[in-house]
Design a protein around this ligand. Structure first.
Ligand SMILES: [Zn+2]
Ligand SMILES: [Zn+2]
Length: 788
């Protein structure tokens, strides 16, 4: 054993050894140079978009216009690695970037022959030259030597091999083995046969003379020459090599894949400098969807409808499995490059399901709650129905399934526009977020901007029991394109409300089935909703089953409306076709009543209102309700009235005689419904006029008077002073009202029936309009009349 003293002496001695000194100095110089001249291996690659199965969907030229595709480490299979190392650098895994023995041998040969040959080049040295070609001088050789060692210091052997394979020249603008594999054999490197990969290892030595697809015979001879060498070295098994030698050479220049162009361009922009972007797209579904859309687009072109877009989402994973941005990307005449999935358009009625869902959750309605579909004035806004007809009292589910406008606007008014806006903001509707302050009641009929992506995402939330989440366009290895992705999503609706919406949207007796729909045409089992925007510019149909949510938009990117365009007739047939080809006879089953929060139950209701049956409700039925949420209200569809025996006079508790009165029930109609029936001459039992001897003052009970529907409270009206036009006064009153009294600036103007329209000629100035009924209840409004 050495003593401490002795080892110190040895160390001291070693320091002085010239070999160590030189070595240390060389290291110092190397790291100095390494620090000041860092290695640069950044190369502009082609962007590749791959489908879920790994196949290449779309390839883009690199920034320097090369097909230089990035092969990942696991794409370099053992046979490929063995073949290339056998050919180029047998000691690759053992040398430090250069091979001293081979260099000495080459130097000796050069001295003997007086010629300069280059047999000593390692894969690392070749990589250095591929990264930056330099003139062949001795100085440059030294630089290359330094760069080679540098690569070895900073990268693993496999990474260097990967870089080398990605830079190999294949003639023209094709670089890298992966590019050659795809563009000459139409397959990924992992799928290459031994014959094919051998072919690809020999081209880079003479890329101009061994041109694939041109000199295939020559290439094949050269290939077989190397296969024989492999055989002699027992590199692969005998039979494999025999088969490879017999394999014909079927290489020709193919077009680079250009599938799913809209998604490809989008992902490339959203993931700059990522050479391989792994999309979630399912190649089979994408191909099918493209074909269906193309066929359909050809059919509707005759109607001057030129664009369609389709998005297919897997509900379980929220992965986008098909993305068709337009019917034909290459058709620049019709704006085929526009991405219809991201274009901001008017949704028509397609947002109604989420509003009904919110109303279910607020307890305001259950599926059989009666809503009134009658002409209504919402503070100056008088929406019409799509078919310009009104249905009177309808159930909430009928109103949604039939996409009635008045009940939807009334419901939005009751819920508050801000409730819907907040929900849609949570669901990342970007245009709605920006428009939030300007949005009014018309938004539920399409008065707002949405994209097909936002809509499909929203409906995928309905399919997931009300839980909303961002869509996935790429597999998790690439950072998500969304701002911040919530793994669990956001709960927009309770599972119960989502189920009720789904249940309603599944009804088959609907007017938004396509007109030409017949029994020979298979109706897929889906929940779906259509939308047609104002001016017939956009047709929507979005549907879902357990497995997929499919969003369809049809229209013109130019914004031109078409009379034939409608969600039911233009978009729904395409939606049905897609479901029928993609998920015919789906094995996944249908939505069940939610189990996790089983507060969805059935209760007995009166069909006249959807409320709990009261004293005068003879035909009870059942309806869904959400326990603890849905409103509990006793039905008041009829009310008890005290009358004389002949039912010509009604009494109140104050004026009823001590005897000879009868308690009867009368319909308890809302003022809107009463005036709707009156205007349509629908007979209904009126409550007899109140006892004229009664001294009670009704107005004191907090009841409001007739609802003035014209003019509009707080509005300004302009008149032509020369010829002032007549203006209309109208109101809606409950059905116990026989007479109303109109006052202009507190002066009686006219007495009339509640349903009667009254006209007057206004004069400029502030005008107070009052309407009182025969029970003494009064309503006032104020308007301003101005000269034009
Ligand atoms: Zn009832
Ligand atoms: Zn009375």
């Amino acid at each position: 054993m050495l003593s401490v003293e002795k080892s110190k002496i040895i160390t001291k001695h070693l320091w002085k050894s010239p070999v160590i000194k030189t070595g240390l100095a060389a290291l110092l110089v190397f790291f100095g140079l390494d620090f000041f001249f860092p290695t640069n291996t950044t190369v502009p690659y082609s962007t590749l978009i791959t489908a879920r199965d790994g196949s290449v969907l779309h390839a883009f030229l690199s920034r320097d216009d090369k097909w230089r595709m990035y092969a990942e480490l696991d794409e370099i299979t053992p046979p490929l690695r063995d073949a290339i190392l056998f050919k180029e650098d047998k000691y690759f895994y053992y040398h430090p970037g250069f091979n001293p023995i081979a260099m000495l041998r080459a130097a000796a040969r050069n001295l003997l022959t007086g010629r300069r040959t280059s047999g000593a080049s390692t894969i690392t040295m070749q990589t250095v030259r591929l990264l930056k070609p330099r003139d062949r001088t001795y100085t440059n050789k030294l630089i290359e030597l330094f760069r080679a060692v540098q690569l070895e210091v900073h990268y693993s052997k496999n990474e260097i091999l990967q870089l080398y394979l990605n830079l190999l020249p294949y003639g023209g603008n094709i670089e890298g083995l992966k590019s050659a594999s795809l563009l000459y054999f139409g397959k990924l490197p992992v799928l290459l046969s031994l014959a094919e990969l051998t072919t690809l290892t020999i081209i880079p030595n003479r890329p101009s003379s061994l041109r694939l697809g041109v000199h295939n015979e020559l290439v094949k001879r050269e290939r077989n020459r190397w296969l024989v060498r492999f055989q002699q070295a027992s590199l692969f098994n005998e039979q494999t090599i025999q088969d490879a030698r017999n394999e014909p050479l079927d290489a020709y220049r193919r077009e680079a894949p250009q599938r799913a162009p809209h998604l490809a361009y989008r992902l490339r922009t959203e993931n700059p400098n990522v050479p391989v972007i792994h999309a979630t797209l399912n190649l089979t579904i994408q191909t099918t969807a493209e074909q269906v859309v193309e066929r359909y687009a050809n059919r509707i072109r005759a109607f001057n409808i030129h664009n369609s877009a389709v998005l297919v989402v897997d509900n379980q994973t929220r992965e986008v499995v098909a993305y068709v941005g337009s019917a034909d990307f290459t058709n620049s005449f019709d704006g085929g490059q526009v991405d219809g999935i991201r274009a901001i358009r008017s949704p028509g009625s397609a947002l109604k399901p989420i509003l009904y869902g919110l109303a279910f959750d607020a307890g305001v309605i259950t599926p059989k709650t009666k809503l009134t579909d009658v002409p209504t004035n919402f503070g100056g806004y008088e929406p019409d129905n799509y078919d310009r007809r009104f249905n009177g009292p309808v159930t909430a589910e009928f109103a949604l399934a039939n996409s009635l406008n008045i009940p939807a606007v009334a419901l939005l008014k009751e819920m508050g526009t801000s409730t819907l806006v907040t929900t849609l903001k949570n669901a990342r509707f970007s245009a709605i977020k920006q428009q939030a302050n300007q949005l009014g009641l018309s938004m539920i009929l399409g008065g707002c901007g949405v994209t097909l992506e936002e809509m499909t995402r929203l409906y995928a939330g309905l399919a997931n029991g009300g839980r909303w989440a961002m869509l996935n366009f790429t597999l998790p290895s690439v950072p998500q394109t969304s701002v911040s992705k919530q793994p669990d999503g956001v709960s927009l609706l309770s599972p119960e409300a989502a189920y009720l919406v789904t249940h309603t949207l599944t009804q088959i007796t609907r007017p938004d089935l396509p007109n030409n729909f017949d029994n020979s045409y298979h109706l897929p089992r889906i929940a779906w909703k259509t939308g047609t925007s104002y001016g017939r510019r956009d047709a929507w149909s979005i549907g879902y089953n357990q497995r997929y949510t499919i969003g369809v938009w049809v229209g013109n990117f130019s914004g031109v409306g078409v009379p034939e365009l409608s969600g039911a007739n233009t978009a729904t047939p395409l939606l049905f076709q897609l479901f029928n080809v993609l998920d015919y006879n789906s094995p996944t089953g249908w939505f069940r009543t939610p189990k996790e929060a089983s507060t969805l139950s059935m209760r007995v209701i009166c069909p006249e209102t959807g409320d709990i049956p009261g004293e005068f409700c003879p035909n009870p039925t059942t309806d869904y309700y959400i326990t603890g949420v849905s409103r509990y209200r006793i039905c008041q569809h009829r009310k008890a009235v005290l009358t004389n025996p002949s039912a010509t006079v009604s009494y109140c508790v104050q004026c009823r005689p001590d005897s000879s009165f009868i308690r009867r029930s009368y319909p308890n109609l809302s003022p809107e419904l009463a005036s709707f029936y009156q205007s349509r001459h629908v007979p209904f039992e009126s409550i007899p006029p109140h006892n004229p001897a009664c001294e009670r003052v009704f107005g004191n009970e907090g009841q409001t008077g007739p609802h003035i529907t014209s003019l509009n409270d707080g509005s300004e009206y302009f008149i032509n002073p020369a010829q002032p036009a007549e203006m209309e006064l109208s109101c809606q009153a409950p059905n116990d009202v026989q007479l109303v009294f109109w006052y202009l600036n507190d002066k009686l103007y006219r007495r009339a029936k509640p349903s009667e329209a009254i006209f007057f000629k206004p004069t400029p100035g502030t005008l107070k309009i009052s309407c009182a009924d025969d029970k003494g209840r009064n309503s006032d409004i104020r308007v301003l009349v101005k000269n034009e």
